[in-house]
Design a protein around this ligand. Sequence first.
Ligand SMILES: [Zn+2]
Length: 532
Amino acid sequence: MRRSLVLLTVVIAIAVLHLHAQTAPRLIVVLVVDQLRADYLQTFERHWRGGFRSLLDEGLVFENARYPYLGTVTCAGHSTIGTGTLPHTHGMTNNAWWDRASRRVVGCTADPDSPDITYGRPVRLGNSGRAILVPTLADELRAQKPGSRVVAISLKARSAIGLAGHGGDAVVWFDDAAGSFATSKAYAQEPVPAVKAFITDHPFERDNGRAWELSAPANTYLMRDAGVGERPPAPWSGLFPHPIAGRNGDDAQFFNLWQATPLADAYLEKMAESLIDSFALGQRDTTDFLGIGFSTLDEVGHSFGPESREIEDILRQLDVTLQRLIAHLDAKVGRSGYVLALSADHGVAPIAVAPRGGRIANEDVRERINETLSDQFGALAQGSYVESASFTDVFLAPDVLDRLVRTPATMAALERALKAIPGIERVLRADQLSDVSSDPVVRSASLSYRAGRSGDLILVPRKYWYFSGRNGGGTTHGTLHDYDQHVPVIFFGGGVGHRRDRSAATPADIAPTLAHLTGIRLSKAEGRSLVK
Ligand SMILES: [Zn+2]
């Protein structure tokens, strides 16, 4: 009896394994469109004939997906999608934070021990995923399915690295200071031959001297070309066309402008097709991972805002670019052989134009705190009460937070002084954050908080207000308002089927869903699988 039970168990286990081997996708594709706000897919729906059309009409579409945390920025979003956890767990709280030990601002992927490797001009930085405190889905795939290949590409290091994680076969980004694609010693000992071959055969510098022209007749656009509050990069005006020429063929101006045009998205997609072929992604008897971070929408959105003809055209051209990618995947892997997820790392605020909203200058915040604490505690002989004030996070000098906790009257005076700055709605103290708070603002700040990387004070701006430098223009993101938190989450291919789903979801659910479909365990995941 017992022996036949054991035999039966073994038979069932083999059958389940076999079933899984047959049904697990051979390729996971994660596409992150930087700054793709959820409403864009509806606002511009009449334009979709390519990739967005396929995803909306044939995919599993979650219409109520929101980031649950305050710090809605690129590094946090990509790492949330990459790991299935939230910033308080994965630690990528911001694009950069004040490092108390070295007393300077460090980028989220900065790593001097992992020098960059160039695919062109000399590079000087170092980058890796060492600050990501949990494994990504791609890391777990490499660990649990030996032979899996991981490719992640973007213009931004923090996007490619947030998707790949701590290793990978080709992890590629664009170093704008150098004007070259790059990887680092964290991912390779030398330039990856397949990437090198693509870049050599397809130099992006060929786009130098071209212009970003509207891709359709002007009367087919919903948005005006002459928007209000636009801050085009020099030497562009607010009107099309936008020439992308450097002054002498390869200078910083060209690198900068190129990244803010649909040509850069198209280039990245071409690179993806080439790497799908050279790595045979999804074409072997295992599961591979391809992550692509499309960054141009964010570049353009910051300068021209969400109500611009520029972002409308970026998206119309991305629709075509995504269709090329889907066609290539269909041809090389087959629709049922891959599962694709598309989302965004954050949304964006409308450009602040009076009387709606405004900008809060980081310098004003710093000076207001210094003035108030000098009145209360006495002027400092040297130095400042504030080490760093950037976006929502204020890093106070050592011991200042403790003194504020011990002297409630001073804390109250500081809070009043900060809330007197137009646009500041709440002042939260790090020691009072709780991720189970019944106060949704406290909870969302807590989900973004990681000791050592987050500020002592967290400032929450009112709706339509955002932080910037004193000379800032254009617009940005990074708050808990719906325009920053609400993003698309769409799955496509791999037999997930078509449905529009109104239930609440978060981008932290993407990795657990893909893990579930692939039979991978994510031990630290905070999101949940959105499919049964
Ligand atoms: Zn941005």
